[in-house]
Design a protein around this ligand. Structure first.
Ligand SMILES: [Zn+2]
Length: 305
């Protein structure tokens, strides 16, 4: 039986066109920490890269614990891309466990980071003097333009022959990001100050809010690791009632229970599902970064009106 299987495998390998085999081997293996980064690397790398991700679609990034299989994936990569700003606290340990000596990119390098809010629901983000940053920088399109330039340069570093391809792909994608940015700003134009407030389950939308003028409150902090306390939820419910906030949202990566409770107790209507820290599956509404941002912006804008 074993011999038969081996024969089948050998035959299958022979059946593949020689060119295709060669191509798969030649591609630059890139490992990205999560689905949104993986999509950006695919956009810039195109046909030259073979991208895999540690944390896939619809999966919460914050509780991720690397496995030995993940270390193996790291060891086989030519470039490892992480978000940074504290999102992947396990990255150094994983790279060490894999004995990885290849190239690494922190995609947020050069992004103007917001600090994570540890308590209160105000909007006085300090831009310095804190050791905890809000990692969700991809929720602002302008930041992702920085990610894309960083990815282009890192790919060129590990694969200099692809320099022109990466430059062309990045330029084309940056134009799409410009169009996306204009579209999002247009969606939120004309809203009153009072309409510009929304509730999500975890604190992932401050970059989005800062960029497009929406005030986001959340039941749970930017780390997303712990369940919100009953006291936090009660305080948020009071605030929603007092300020008449109407737009509240479920997230693809979070348990909807708290948001459903808040909706029930305040009479606020759930405005839909937002994609915060992960893309949807390929057949969902947010399989790419561009689709995710469009979906989120349209869903939020519709609920605020
Ligand atoms: Zn998050």
């Amino acid at each position: 039986m074993r011999k038969f299987l081996l024969a089948v495998v050998a035959f299958a390998a022979l059946a593949l066109p020689a060119q295709a085999q060669e191509k798969a081997q030649d591609k630059v293996k890139v490992l990205a920490s999560f689905s949104i980064l993986g999509d950006l690397v695919r956009e810039v790398g195109g046909e030259r890269v073979d991208v895999s991700t540690l944390v896939g679609p619809n999966t919460d990034m914050h509780g991720f614990q690397p496995t030995p299989a993940n270390a193996k994936a790291v060891a086989g990569a030519k470039l490892v891309v992480i978000n940074g700003l504290g999102l992947e606290g396990w990255a150094d340990r994983l790279v060490k466990a894999a004995n990885y000596k290849g190239a690494r990119l922190v995609a947020t390098k050069g992004v103007k980071a917001l600090t994570a809010e540890t308590e209160g629901h105000g909007h006085n983000h300090k831009h310095a003097h804190s050791d905890r940053y809000d990692p969700h920088a991809w929720q602002e399109v302008a930041n992702v333009k920085v990610y894309v330039a960083n990815i282009r340069d890192a790919l060129t570093g590990v694969d200099p022959d692809g320099k022109e391809t990466y430059a062309e792909n990045a330029t084309a994608y940056l134009q799409k990001l410009d169009a996306l940015e204009a579209e999002i700003k247009e969606l939120f134009a004309g809203l009153s100050e009072k309409q510009r407030r929304a509730i999500t389950s975890h604190d992932a939308f401050h970059y989005f809010g800062d960029a497009y003028g929406i005030d986001f409150l959340a039941a749970q902090g930017a780390g997303g690791e712990t369940q919100p306390s009953a006291r936090d939820v009660a305080r948020l419910i009071q605030q929603i009632k007092k300020e008449g906030v109407k737009a509240i949202f479920i997230e693809n990566i979070s348990n909807p229970r708290v948001i459903e409770q808040i909706a029930k107790e305040t009479g606020a209507k759930i405005g839909g599902t937002l994609y915060s820290d992960a893309l949807s599956e390929a057949n969902g509404p947010a399989p790419t970064y561009l689709a995710m941002m469009r979906h989120n912006a349209k869903t939020i804008a519709a609920a605020l009106r």
